[in-house]
Write a protein that binds this ligand. Structure first.
Ligand code: EPS
Length: 407
């Protein structure tokens, strides 16, 4: 089992994660973790905070001489902005001498759509800052760090993950022409929106500009694709072992994600079965050792019965617009209970490209967990041997066998 927790506030000292369950002997690529954190910070429509931060994860434990030991891996992503928030966010009862930054007034006007009101009522906070600091999507930096390590485990058995943007507000990439893994992977991390269609990308950027101009925000959608996923992750035998359900939970837990779909998703609900299911076709021309079964389509997104079937895994996340509006919606001051515009925090106009990177991380964490559940192994040597052995057995089931030798 691979599990992780995060801790940390948006303007506190930093974000912490503990990732537990990694086999021993996984070589850690430190630059790859930094690259994922940088990718999460990018994207057209982000606010000024991302110009302040240059996220990097410090590994505190669980790795020695570049390799995992089997112990929990703890990581710390420091908030550079902490320097400007010490007088607002200090841990001690009184701000220690020399604390920097303003002592900001309490936040009392909840933002519709954020955790502000529900959180203040639930935890009995007078200052909504105690809610928003933790509910902030800044937390996803810790997930991306954990996810980057999980993805290195997957990569060690050949499984790789990418994503691309499929919609910003009302501008959507037309359904029916899947973007290949390679095309999504080829999108530069610094591309404005990482949309595979550059004409549509320009329209998306114009929509973000218009929303920003209007003091408004935009949501959208992204697709995460994983290739070379071993057959048989997840199980149909019990509800909580179905991988589609586990992926849905993981992706829905990303702030502002309101829906997910797998493969053709909701489109399939509108079509007859004959246009939804992926036929299983015999391939009599297969050479010796090659598969005699092929799937001409992958509308199911690599999952049947909650089990990976060896096709590419394709999951789409749908994000609502960010709830901090520079032209605020109506709200109520919780101290006077009188109408007042919602509070304004420095924020982004659109963070869908960042959510896509977080989506890759969450898919990576779920797949790595399912991989370890299926194959186990406390060391990379054991894990690799088991993945290889089972892979050979499954390929042998569907491969053309050598012709029997003539007597
Ligand atoms: C951030 C995500 C957003 C940013 C935050 C950093 O969080 P939220 O969900 O609270 O809107 O707004 O930055 C700030 C709060 C800020 O000071 O600008 C992230 O992804 O790192």
């Amino acid at each position: 089992m691979l599990r992780f927790l995060t801790s940390g506030e948006s303007h506190g000292q930093g974000l912490v994660t503990i990732l537990e369950g990694l086999p021993a002997g996984l070589a850690i690529d430190f630059d790859a973790i930094t690259l994922e954190l940088r990718r999460r910070q990018a994207g057209y429509g982000r606010g000024r905070r991302m110009a302040i931060e240059s996220d990097r994860a410090e590994i505190l434990s669980g790795v020695r001489r570049g390799k995992t030991t089997g112990a929990p891996v703890a990581m710390l992503v420091r908030n550079k902005d902490w320097e400007n928030w010490q007088n607002t966010m200090h841990v001690e009862p009184q701000a220690p001498a020399g604390s920097a930054g303003a002592n900001r007034a309490p936040v009392v006007r909840p933002r519709p759509g954020h955790a502000d009101l529900a959180g203040a009522l639930k935890y009995d906070h007078d200052d909504i800052r105690d809610v928003l600091e933790r509910a902030s999507a800044r937390e996803t930096a810790a997930r991306v760090a954990a996810g980057a390590v999980a993805r290195q485990l997957l990569l060690a058995v050949g499984c790789d993950i990418t994503s691309h943007i499929t919609g910003i507000g009302a501008i959507v990439v037309p359904a029916g022409a899947p973007v290949s893994f390679e095309a999504a992977r080829a999108l530069a991390p610094e591309a404005p929106l990482r949309c595979a269609d550059t004409t549509i990308e320009r329209q998306m950027m114009a929509a973000i500009d218009a929303a920003k101009e209007a003091g408004d925000t935009l949501g959208g959608s992204f697709e995460v694709i994983a290739r070379n996923v071993p057959v048989g992750l997840g199980s149909y035998v019990q509800w909580d072992r179905k991988l589609d359900g586990r992926l849905a939970q993981a992706l829905m837990s990303i702030p502002a994600i309101k829906a997910i779909s797998i493969g053709d998703g909701v489109e399939g609900a509108r079509r007859p079965g004959s246009q939804v299911h992926d036929e299983i076709v015999a391939n009599p021309a297969a050479a010796t050792g090659e598969p005699m079964i092929v799937r001409p389509t992958n509308r199911a997104g690599g999952l049947e019965g909650g089990v990976t079937n060896g096709e590419e895994l394709r999951v789409t996340g749908f994000m609502k617009p960010i709830s901090t509006l520079m032209k605020p919606l109506r709200s109520v001051d919780l101290t006077t209970l009188e109408e007042a515009p919602a509070a304004i925090e420095r924020s982004d106009t659109c963070a869908v490209p960042a959510a896509a990177v977080v989506g890759e991380a969450m898919v990576g964490l779920v797949l790595a967990d399912a991989l370890l559940e299926r194959f186990g192994g406390d060391s990379m040597v054991d894990l690799r041997a088991r993945v290889t052995g089972t892979g050979s057995r499954i390929r042998g089931r569907v491969a053309r066998r050598p012709a029997p030798a003539r007597a």
